[in-house]
Design a protein around this ligand. Structure first.
Ligand code: C2E
Ligand code: MG
Ligand code: MG
Length: 772
């Protein structure tokens, strides 16, 4: 596979952008994009799914596109798909944002998981595709508008075929239409309508009135020709029931008023404008009457011809078009700059405001600051409660965020669970952190969404303008990344060193991918002891990485990165197979009444991986390990959903036992102990640490009692002293592990211990039949 460096990714994205922008319409852009993305990640197949339907795919024979599978893959319901000719392929899916709801999905054969860099690249491609689709959409709207104007002009042309001034009129009209299309200022377009009417009709006065938006009982003069501007200035008001314009508005039709054919009130109105007769045509906005275009003559009993009526109507129509489009354009503009779900500004508008703020800061002192926010574990909310509730939560998060800032500041949503805040004028250095804390505590208050109490934790990165050409958003993003790495639910201030940290992290991810390929992982084994006798009953397999430059690394140095990149699944398989092979060998060499147990740690990604069951089963079979000797360790935080319960049930059906690792440090709700098929509790070493001293062993006691009452075995972790062992035995705990007995050691080192102290073996949990 091509090695991914940062610049490689950027260059790919730039190329991708120019490719996608070169397509004439949305469909070909989507097809081209998915093809290119598949090529870049060396994926066999790819697809774009939108609104629950397949919109494009690549790599499949035309008649063999597995639509439903691809949709399931896009929704994250399956991690692999069967591809004709390529076998089982690993799936990766990234969301398309904003207006285009959907996902870009790829699947690749072979064992290589998608790296974090590849995932980032694909996410970037998703963003680029979204942007390209948005601009294609704007283009399409513009084309449609132009076509409508042309149609309008054609219609007018046939109507006016008999008119002498046809040419001039058409010129006028098309000039007005051009200015509408070119988004000229609305006031200018309306003025051009009035000027054109005056010129084409050659009448004495023309005026255009619109309803006052504040009070629709009144109309306002917005443009005029030939009227006494001293008495009737622009902006002068008239009651909506007054005059010829008023009548056109209230009756919504063309009105003609002449001295021989209308009432005295109308004539008085005309007379005070120096006119003897007039005609008025209604102006509409989106089909609703909002004003009138009026033309009048000083000649008594002037006869308006049908052609002149038509001219007036044609100009009124253009005024309508201009008004409607100005409004539509306003909405389109709003849509292009705002997030559809929350109505907050989107990335484009945010960047624009940031640029302005930065420019202002060049001249004045207060500096802008950017907060980059990413909700923690938001995917879990979606998975647990469904997307409807997830969406509602995002809307409410947006509202709370707005409550945390000052009026001039901006909250934007960048899509997904990413938000950004722009603080325009930061005069005190500590201000952004104060806002960050306010946001964190505001979001912490539970949200009541459709009867569920959901509280949200958020990671925030902060960057303030310190150097002129600083990329605030990128820096805040980096700081956010750091906040996540430090354990989520925190904020971090950007520091230039973070660039180095990122590079380090990218190197780690690259090395980790290579390590999987080169199988650089080794296992250390820590014995699990029967406390009363000191006999070894089982071993816990703990992964180590023999890094070519950095030596032997403990899991703390790489497990997190392995989980984030998804590589943990492949590492986990290697760990599982090594542990099973080694334990089977020990079982053969040191036969015991019940065979030696082996405990293997699983991470949450593995639990969600569709291959887990078959991999465990394969590992057990390959090495002929007694099935009841395998213990799989999970942590409390993994136990939340039915999905996990299903996986655990299947694992138990294979014969394995399930242990809850670091028990007591995760969720406070103990309900899951009854809901999930669990055999063993491993007391976290923090509860054991105080035991040798004067401390009351209340918590350890409680856990041991809980285990007993639920018929679970209890293993104490982190035993470092004889006193701790004695206390635990007194409290009724039967098993334990820790430095007191042995540090984790290599297989050959442990072998000496096994040979020396003998093996008692691990009985299948007595609670088996009760729980399963
Ligand atoms: P864990 O599963 O709770 O493993 C016990 C950790 O406590 C081990 O650290 C072990 O060396 C350490 N330990 C054991 N006895 C004592 C003691 O008496 N005192 C003290 N202070 N520490 C003791 P290690 O090997 O660094 O592993 C750390 C964590 O990494 C493990 O915690 C486990 O969560 C994770 N891990 C290890 N191997 C794997 C693996 O293969 N897959 C996954 N997903 N996670 C693993
Ligand atoms: Mg463990
Ligand atoms: Mg533990």
């Amino acid at each position: 596979m091509a090695e991914l460096g940062e610049s490689w990714t950027t260059q790919q994205l730039v190329e991708f952008l120019s490719l996608v922008s070169s397509f004439p319409d949305e469909q070909t852009a989507i097809c081209g994009a998915v093809e290119r993305a598949a090529e870049a990640l060396e994926a066999e197949v790819g697809a774009v799914v939108s609104g629950g339907a397949l919109v494009a795919s690549t790599g499949f024979p035309a008649d063999k596109v597995p639509t439903e599978l691809l949709i399931a893959a896009a929704e994250g319901k399956t991690a692999t798909i069967e591809v004709p000719g390529a076998g089982r392929c690993l799936v990766i899916s990234v969301p398309l944002e904003e207006a285009v709801t959907g996902s870009l999905v790829l699947a690749r054969g072979g064992e290589d998981a998608f790296s974090r860099l590849e995932a980032n690249l694909l996410r970037g491609m998703g963003r680029v595709l979204t942007l390209a689709l948005q601009s294609l959409r704007v283009l399409r709207d513009e084309r449609a508008l132009r076509k409508r104007s042309e149609e309008q002009a054609r219609e007018n042309a046939t109507l006016l075929a008999t008119l002498q001034e046809r040419q001039r009129l058409l010129e006028r009209l098309s000039k007005i239409q051009r200015s509408i299309v070119q988004r000229a200022d609305l006031a200018d377009v309306l003025d051009a309508v009035v000027a054109g009417t005056a010129e084409c009709l050659g009448l004495d006065a023309v005026g255009l009135r619109l309803l006052d938006t504040e009070d629709e009982e009144w109309t306002m003069l917005v443009a005029s020709r030939g009227l006494d501007s001293g008495r009737f200035p622009i902006g002068s008001r008239a009651h909506v029931r007054d005059g010829v314009s008023g009548l056109a508005v209230t009756e919504q039709r063309l009105i003609i008023a002449r001295s021989d054919s209308c009432d005295t009130d109308l004539l008085a109105g005309l007379a005070c404008r120096g006119l003897q007769s007039a005609m008025a045509a209604p102006i509409l906005e989106n089909g609703r009457v909002v004003g009138a275009l009026t033309a009048g003559s000083r000649t008594a009993n002037y006869h308006y011809s049908t052609a002149e009526e038509t001219v007036l109507l044609a100009f009124a129509e253009n005024a309508s078009l201009a008004l409607t489009d100005a409004k539509n354009y306003g909405t389109a503009l709003h849509r292009g700059l705002h997030d559809m779900l929350t109505g907050l500004p989107n990335r484009v508008l945010f960047l624009d405001r940031l640029e302005h703020a930065a420019n202002r800061a060049l001249r004045n002192d207060p500096q802008p600051a950017v907060l980059f926010l990413d909700l923690d574990e938001f995917k879990r909310v979606n998975d647990t409660f469904g997307h409807g509730i997830g969406d509602e939560l995002l809307i409410e998060v947006g509202q709370r965020l707005q409550g945390c800032i000052r009026p001039g500041d901006t909250v934007a949503r960048f899509g997904g669970d990413e938000f950004a805040v722009l603080l325009e004028n930061v005069s005190r250095e500590e201000e952004p952190a104060i806002v960050a804390r306010r946001i964190m505590s505001s979001l912490h208050e539970p949200f009541g969404v459709q009867g569920h109490d959901i509280s949200v934790s958020v990671s925030i990165g902060i960057a303030s303008q310190s150097e002129l050409d600083d990329d605030l958003l990128r820096n805040a993003d980096l700081a956010m990344y750091q906040a996540k790495a430090r354990g989520k639910g925190q904020y971090e201030l950007f520091e230039p060193a973070m660039h180095a940290t990122l590079v380090e992290r990218l190197n780690l991810e690259r090395d980790l991918a290579l390590a999987v390929e080169r199988q650089e992982f080794e296992l250390a084994y820590q014995p699990i002891i029967e406390l009363a006798t000191g006999a070894v009953v089982a071993v816990e397999a703990l992964v180590r990485w023999r890094h070519p430059d950095r030596g032997l690394l403990a899991p703390g140095a790489f497990i997190h990165a392995a989980e984030e990149t998804g590589l943990i699944c492949l590492i986990g398989i290697q760990v599982l197979r090594q542990a099973c092979a080694q334990t089977a060998a020990w079982q053969a060499r040191y036969p015991s009444g019940t065979p030696l147990g082996v405990s293997v740690n699983l991470s949450v990604n593995q639990l969600h991986h569709s291959e887990l069951i078959s991999e465990v089963s394969r590992a057990l079979d390959s090495f002929g390990l007694d099935r009841s000797s395998l213990i799989l360790e999970i942590t409390e935080t993994m136990l939340m959903q039915d999905l996990e319960r299903g996986v655990l049930t299947q694992l138990k059906a294979l014969g394995a036992q399930i242990a809850v690792d670091d028990f007591g440090t995760g969720y406070s709700s103990l309900q899951y102990l009854q809901r999930f098929p669990i055999d063993i509790l491993k007391i976290d070493r923090s509860f054991v640490a105080g035991l040798g001293e004067a401390n009351e062993p209340i918590l350890a006691q409680a856990i041991i009692d809980l285990g007993k009452s639920l018929n679970l075995r209890v293993i104490a972790e982190g035993l470092e002293s004889e006193e701790q062992v004695t206390r635990l035995i007194d409290l009724g705990c039967q098993w334990g592990q820790g430095y007191h007995y042995s540090r984790p050691q290599s297989a050959s080192e442990l072998e000496r211990l096994l040979a020396r102290s003998g093996i008692k073996g691990w009985n299948p949990a007595p609670s088996d039949s009760l729980v399963s």
